[in-house]
Design a protein around this ligand. Structure first.
Ligand code: ZN
Length: 110
């Protein structure tokens, strides 16, 4: 026997079951059974809104921006121009200055 008062009263929830309770959708205003309405979550938080199955939508991932760190750098290391007609885009620099030919001769003597 369940614990409770000696006359058989078993404490249950403070709320009625309400299986035939009628409710209004907070979004569209149509009438539904209360048990058909679903709670709405926005940004992982339950908002005090109950909506019908046609109005209900899952919490969109874009609502959770900033919750997790996202590393998405935009800058490129040592970028090159995409305009080949510009002379500067094809300029080759060598360590210490000078020309490319001198650098190659110094690096790989024959
Ligand atoms: Zn609705």
């Amino acid at each position: 026997m369940a614990a409770g008062a000696p006359w058989g009263y078993v404490p249950m929830s403070d709320f009625a079951i309400g299986k035939r309770a009628i409710a209004i959708c907070d979004r569209c205003g149509q009438q539904y059974l209360l048990k058909e309405l679903k709670k709405l979550f926005i940004n992982g938080q339950q908002v005090n809104t109950k909506v019908c199955p046609s109005c209900w939508e899952p919490d969109h991932p874009q609502n959770q921006l900033g919750r997790y760190p996202v590393r998405d750098p935009q800058a490129l290391r040592d970028p090159r121009s995409d305009a080949p007609e510009r002379e500067a885009s094809r300029e080759i620099t060598v360590p210490g200055g000078g020309t490319v030919e001198d650098y190659i001769q110094d690096s790989f003597p024959v």
